[in-house]
Design a binder for this molecule. Structure first.
Ligand SMILES: [Zn+2]
Length: 312
């Protein structure tokens, strides 16, 4: 197949799924804090097979508002051409809440009813399954939206936000459990917040994690704008090392997504995006929470997967 024909086939599968969402499972994965240029530089075969990465604008500079927008029916907006085949506010949308805008939106996909898309998917017959990895998902409003929700992440006591992390500490280390929940449903909406790409950018299985941990510790008093990262070679080298650690974390997540994607029980529409990006020293800032291009621009992938029975 020529690249043109391949892209055309991918787009028509996407268009079919977006207009018949009720015959697909829906999988939504947020790669926490993954900034767009890091994602573009990473080797992500699983995500690339889903479709080309698009640069998109998020509605939130940190986890809470970004996910509030996503659960409110607003995925990050694709800001680059061509926009027509992907989610953009004015053109094609995969789903939207009936209450979000009164006038007809002819190119919208599934119309969902309720105050948020999780409730909307449940009302449309989906079992809603969630898994979180950063503290916004350990308690509070988001987990309560789901029929079932699991949290694998740092303890909620706030004592050590950069505690060392090990294999098994992340939602995507538990693919079998998540898939078994999907297996028990006739149709599922699966949400996963993947924390590997969030500071401290370690997955617990890479020898380079030790170095990353050391740099994160050295700069922990500067996190999220608490102090200005100086425009000096040593500081910038450390920030560059953290940029690279996030790239390695994204590549590790891609491998975990390969396991999830090949185990999905049914055809699925899959959306993967970051909730927000990350600054690595730009403007003296390390972390997120600040509306700047490195933080407000995120990667977005949308695609359709056949499910394991079709793949077998
Ligand atoms: Zn986040």
């Amino acid at each position: 197949m020529t690249p043109g024909a391949e892209e055309e086939a991918r787009l028509s599968a996407l268009a079919r799924a977006a207009t018949s969402l009720e015959s697909h499972d829906v999988v939504l994965v947020t790669l926490d804090s993954l900034r767009a240029d890091v994602a573009a530089a990473a080797d992500l075969p699983t995500l690339s097979a889903l479709g080309p990465m698009r640069r998109a604008s998020t509605y939130g500079s940190f986890t809470l508002p970004a996910h509030a927008a996503i659960f409110g029916g607003f995925l990050p907006n694709v800001t680059e051409e061509p926009q027509w085949d992907f989610y953009s506010r004015e053109r094609r949308q995969l789903w939207r809440l009936g209450r979000a805008r009164k006038q007809a939106v002819p190119r919208a996909g599934l119309m969902l009813q309720g105050d948020d898309i999780v409730t909307g998917f449940r009302a449309a017959g989906y079992r809603t399954i969630g898994a979180g990895g950063v503290r916004w998902f350990s308690s509070g409003h988001f987990p309560k939206l789901f029929d079932s929700f699991r949290y694998w992440g740092p303890r909620d006591d706030g004592v050590d936000k950069f505690a060392e992390r090990e294999v098994g500490d992340f939602a995507l280390d538990h693919v079998d459990e998540l898939v078994s929940e999907l297996d028990q449903a006739s149709r599922g909406f699966l949400f996963v917040n993947a924390a590997e790409t969030h500071a401290p950018y370690t997955c617990g299985d890479d020898p380079a994690d030790v170095d990353t941990q050391r740099i994160v510790r050295a700069w922990s008093s500067h996190w999220n704008g608490a102090a200005v990262v100086p425009d000096e070679p040593e500081a910038l080298a450390d920030m560059a090392a953290l940029w690279d650690a996030q790239r390695a974390a994204a590549e590790a997540v891609d491998g975990k997504l390969a396991r999830l994607f090949s185990a999905l029980p049914r055809p699925a529409l899959v959306v993967v995006c970051a909730d927000h990006g990350e600054a690595f020293g730009e403007g003296g800032w390390w972390g997120h929470n600040q509306p700047m291009p490195e933080i407000m621009t995120v990667p977005l992938w949308i695609g359709v997967l056949p499910g394991r029975s079709a793949a077998a």
